[in-house]
Ligand binder design. Structure first.
Ligand code: HEM
Length: 504
């Protein structure tokens, strides 16, 4: 009995000292860090789903003003939160070779459909897949998708008109409206199908989205395990989303390809390109699983992100009638110049609408933090900047966090950050800030692959609505908007209702 007690005590003491020593890592290097707890390090609140990781990063960001970066512990793994835009630029752009992998990774054998998404791919395979998908999301491809997105805009405007005619005072819920719109666009632009989102109660995109929605408790739990507990993820073969991929989705993709093959239908769209990839062998063979994975990338990365951006943008416009009027004036002037045709060129000219989009993503970034892994030892200046002490070697394997939300809300770069002001994004205003202070789409070689598509569909959505309606916040909306407690996408917790008043 005594031997057992003695042994247990000895094991506990050795484990305690071992783990405590691990938490001396930043002290030994002269890097400031908040006090970690023995087991969870600094991420306990996020593991317990009591806070979002970005909230913890934001707290650290604000508590360590004056520092270029701060140490952190993800359990016992050393991590760094970067506060300084020059170092952010180093990590994302200049020294990309030493920081090219994402912290979020997924085992290809456990979760192949998510695992082939460039967002979670690393090293050579990331480069190969990113290079394969890039030609499908260039400006000229997006231009060719304009008629399809325009059709989606017309359907949305008709839907709003019908709703407002039927029931003038009830308002329309924005998350539902925007998701119908972006779901339709993704399904028509990527897969050449009719999303039919404005004619049915529950569109297909909603049924697919249900399995992956960041608001589902199961997805929240799975994401937490996948992010913070890679060992558990491997042991229990935990997938990143609710389902590896909804069967309904793979059926739609594979059946559409089969139909096109059997009927000799050649289409110059994203799915047509994936079908073609299957016939090529270099540099890697494209299997059916990979085709479904690449098709899913468009849906997963493009549907909810864009829909949330449109919803936040419309809310801000409803809250700011002066900005709404200014945008309507720009839209009207430019459309008149282009014979009232909503062409690619006309939309490119609408700079104020562009600025509204950037300001929306500044105030409500959809992806709240960027992450990287240090892939090769790299030297940072001392924590308080050059000339204040010793340089610090950031070792291979260190986790790097870039707190997008905190940078976007730092009054050093954006005075009165709580104010919505699109003029922060005029060319002069942009040039007056250090680079890497706007990270709504990330930056560097891993910058969002679909940003041109995202900008096109959100801009077209805003323009069509502003051309036809004046927006007011409906009294059912609770303000200020509170956010869901999820780590990856920044979703509102409650519904957002707006009144759409037809413009004469
Ligand atoms: C408004 C909508 C969108 C927002 C706010 C957004 C934001 C982002 C952000 C912040 C990143 C991380 C970049 C980094 O780590 O530096 C990212 C990556 C990515 N996005 Fe988007 N995105 C949007 C729409 C889209 C769309 C429509 C697609 C596809 C059609 C897409 C595909 C991707 C892919 C594939 C990556 C991974 C890139 C890589 O690691 O190489 N995104 N996005």
């Amino acid at each position: 009995m005594y031997t057992f007690l003695f042994l247990s005590l000895a094991i506990i003491s050795v484990a305690y000292l071992f783990f405590k020593k691990k938490h001396d890592y930043w002290k030994l290097r002269g890097v400031p860090y908040p006090r970690p707890s023995l087991i969870f390090g600094n991420v306990g609140e996020a593991i317990m789903l009591r806070a979002r990781l970005s909230d913890l990063l934001h707290k650290v960001y604000n508590e360590y003003r004056g520092y270029y970066y701060v140490g952190l512990f993800n359990f016992w793994n050393p991590a760094v939160v970067i506060r300084n835009p020059e170092i952010i630029k180093d990590v994302l752009i200049k020294q990309f070779g030493n920081f090219h992998n994402n912290w979020i990774d997924v085992e290809l054998n456990i979760d192949p459909i998510i695992g082939f998404n460039p967002f979670v791919l690393n090293d050579g395979l990331w480069k190969t897949i990113r290079t394969q998908l890039t030609p499908q999301l260039t400006s000229s491809k997006i231009k060719s998708m304009f008629p399809l997105i325009n059709k989606g805009c017309k359907n949305m405007v008709e839907y709003i008109k019908k709703k407002t005619d039927d029931n003038e005072t009830q308002g329309i819920e924005l998350k539902d409206l925007s998701a119908r719109f972006t779901g339709d666009n993704v399904i028509s632009c990527a897969y050449g199908l009719d999303g039919n989102s404005f004619n049915v109660k529950t569109p297909d995109s909603f049924k697919i989205g249900e399995h992956i929605s960041s608001q589902s408790k199961l997805v929240q739990l799975k994401q937490t395990i996948a992010l913070f507990l890679p060992l558990l993820r491997k042991i229990f073969k935990t997938t990143f989303l609710g389902d590896p991929v909804p069967k309904m989705f793979s059926d739609i993709v594979l059946e559409t390809i089969k139909y096109r093959e059997e009927n000799n239908i050649e289409r110059n769209d994203y799915l047509g390109y994936l079908k073609e990839l299957k016939t090529k062998t270099s540099p890697i063979e494209t299997t059916n699983d990979m085709v479904v994975a690449h098709a899913f990338t468009f849906f997963l990365d493009g549907f909810e992100t864009s829909s949330l951006t449109l919803a936040y943008g419309l809310l801000e416009l409803a809250l700011h009638p002066d900005i709404q009027r200014k945008a309507q004036k720009e839209i009207q002037t430019i459309l008149e110049k282009h014979n009232n045709a909503l062409t690619y060129e006309a939309v490119q000219e609408m700079e104020y609408v562009d600025n509204i989009l950037s300001e929306t993503l500044r105030k409500h970034p959809i992806i709240l933090f960027l992450s990287r892994i240090c892939t090769d030892n790299h030297t940072f200046p001392p924590p308080q900047g050059p000339g204040t002490g010793k340089d610090v070697v950031i070792e291979k394997g260190t986790h790097i966090f870039i707190p997008v939300y905190s940078v976007h809300n730092d009054s050093d770069y954006y005075p009165n950050p709580e104010l919505f002001d699109p003029d922060r994004f005029t060319e002069d205003a942009r040039n007056s800030r250090p680079k890497c202070c706007f990270l709504g789409f990330g930056d560097g070689p891993r910058i969002c692959l679909g940003r041109k598509f995202a900008i096109a569909q959100v801009k077209l959505g805003l323009i069509s609505i502003l051309s036809n309606f004046d927006l007011k916040v409906n009294k059912k909306t609770c303000l200020p908007v509170e956010y869901e407690n999820v780590h990856v996408f920044n979703s509102p917790k409650t519904d957002i209702w707006l009144d759409f008043c037809k413009r004469l």
